[in-house]
Design a protein. Sequence first.
Length: 276
Amino acid sequence: MTHFARRLRRDVPALAGLVTLVLVGAIALAAPWLYPGDPQDMVARPLIWPFQDAALPLGTDRLGRDLAAGLAHGARVSLLVGFAAAAAAVLVGVTVGCLAGWFGGLVDDSLMRVTDAVQTVPGFVLALALVAVMGPGVGTVILAIAVSSWTGTARVVRAEVSSWRERDLVAACRVMGMGSGEILIRQILPNIASPVIVLASVVVAVAILVESALSFLGLGDPALVSWGSMIAEGRGLLRRAWFVAAVPGVAIIITVVSVSLAGEAVTAALDPRDRQ
């Protein structure tokens, strides 16, 4: 923890990203208390510009809905989808990569062929197809993003595990009587945590963007406010009320950049070379 704090003090962008991500998360968690009620309720006249009304600091959309309330409640959807999809994708990717890298041979060939097959379809197209078939909903979006995002993690983990399998450390563990699962979990996975964390942060950022794109296309959960649906509401108002689309757009950019910077900070803090 002391090393992590020292590392953050030296890296101002990483610190800013981590603080911003924590702030976005806090706003998302506090949204029901900050803005109680339905964020889709019409609370004022339409198209109030930001900072014109102290009670509505970010203004209202074309139906008179509070943009600040939508932004706070939309953060819940974006962060939930981003982190849940990343967790599922990393879990599948690490499992597939460990099995392929450790056992090799037929297991490796079979799992990598499946990975190749999934990678032939662009991730967004695959997610779009799955949501279109299964129907809109947060759970469906999380599943679709996870299914389309695990392959990169699987390939990296497979390469790392294949390399570690031949090292003296693993041979010594085998001599000591440790089984395959114990060696993977206790010895290899902690040593390959850095690239996995980097990939996880990338998946979180991509998941937020994909969820926003799906909601923009009308394939998100219609019962929930999301940043993508807010942008979709404002796309027809770019000439006379551009802020309706710009407010959630800026929120997406800030969150995605913060996730990337926070992931880099955690990775650098875990790097043993940096500790030295």
